[in-house]
Design a protein around this ligand. Sequence first.
Ligand code: N01
Length: 498
Amino acid sequence: MTHVHVAIIGAGFSGLCMAIRLRDHGMEDFIVLERAGDIGGAWHDNTYPGCACDVPSALYSFSFAPRPHWTSTFPTQREVADYLHRCADTYGVRPHLRLRHEVLFAKWREEEAYWEITTARETYTANVLIAATGPLSEPASPSIPGLERFAGDVFHSAAWDHTLNLADRRVAVIGTGASATQFIPEIQPIVSRLYVFQRTPPWVMPRLDRRRADWERRLYRRFPVLQRVVRTTIFWARESLVAGLTVNRRLLKPAEWLARLHLHSQVRDPGLRAALTPDYTIGCKRLILSNRYLPAITQANTELVTDAIWAVTPDGIVTEDGAHRLINVIIHATGFEAAHMPIAHRLHGRTSSLAERWNGSAEAYLGTAVAGFPNLFLLLGPNTVSGQNSSLLTMEAQVNYVVDALRFMSRFRVATLDVRRDTQSSFVADVQARMKGTVWLSGCHSWYLDERGRNTTLWPGLTGTFRRRVRRFDPGDYLLRLAPHDADGADLTGKDLI
Ligand code: N01
């Protein structure tokens, strides 16, 4: 068994950021365990046609690694993946990567004060475990009666089957979220028939995208401060949405009018328009930015199906009104297990797995630490994702917090850190109290909510507020145990420090 000081699970944005920051602070005794054959996380897995970022490129980079070369306002999946590869090279992370090392099980060993981590290849032990698996790592597929008997092809948008030629096929897309609305305009012109199965219509806003001119990119390269100004401007423009999302929903009305105008200008048929009009407050579910989704739905070879799916037959889909549509390919664009953090089933702390501890509703102090799970840190854990801004900003602040904690541990020879239960409870109570009255709890069903109807995904406030909360690691929030020997060699095993 190999022992390392720190093991990071996941080589997506947050795992790579963590690795880069550890190296910045001279910590080299760590590994990054990644189940895929390459780095990138969600940006490695999601390669569907039209896959792109819906956060402006100026914001979609690490603050310490701005990229002047983005080709447009919203970068494509290929560009983002390429950016991450460059960062891995520039910051010397590659020697730490352990690809195809899916973490199957990790158990906290109390006596040894380390995590024992079983991967698909090897078993490791690590003093500290950092779960950087992200909210969008596990695709969610619908369970529809008869699906297993379907004779055609079936795949999820997050595992696009590029070997399959969709030309002249009869294709069903289940779901109308951010992924579906990006690839539908790409496949609509080539398929013979496209059935879009919509359960809830999304609010769609214009996508203000444009290519960056060469001179612009040269300017950003020459004067990085300009890019920082643009980044800061976009950041604050997005932060200004918080008042409408969390305090006064009337402030969201202008956005709703704009979305209605967009729909009106792109869809002429009143019946189709009605079917595409949401009946919930804008912002309750993730907003869609697209200029091409609605026009694709109006095309002659496309049908928007709003009747619920009843069953799948070997050659098609039957809806509850009894209609049977012949289909060759089914694409699940049904999103991810975001609220459940699937890795929680595999992490076993002092007395239970994280999933058992959470019992259907995730919670963590600062979205980062869970009582009873010593030396475990979560990146982009419960209630950290930004509803209005780039979650990279949240994640970077969390990474700095974890680095602070690790430095504290090594400086004071702390063997274990376990967040205080009451600290965690009062933090969670505060977050959930502030969640009340937000647009995300205004009645729609979304992936932000868990099975108990609690929003355990988003941070209910300004991104800047979260960043301030995690700015400094406070040892008073934790129960600490010292390493076996202090600097003078005295045996301190098991002694509480604070
Ligand atoms: O998934 P979603 P996504 N039967 O959960 C429907 C990020 N992202 O992959 O609304 C029928 O949004 C479901 O219907 P309903 C982004 O944060 C980012 O599209 O629940 N339908 C919905 O329409 C995004 O929010 C980028 O009623 C079913 C759809 O499937 C997140 O990923 C790009 C169903 C799922 O939509 C997820 O997006 C792409 C069922 N059983 C994605 N189950 C960027 O640009 C679900 N649905 C950064």
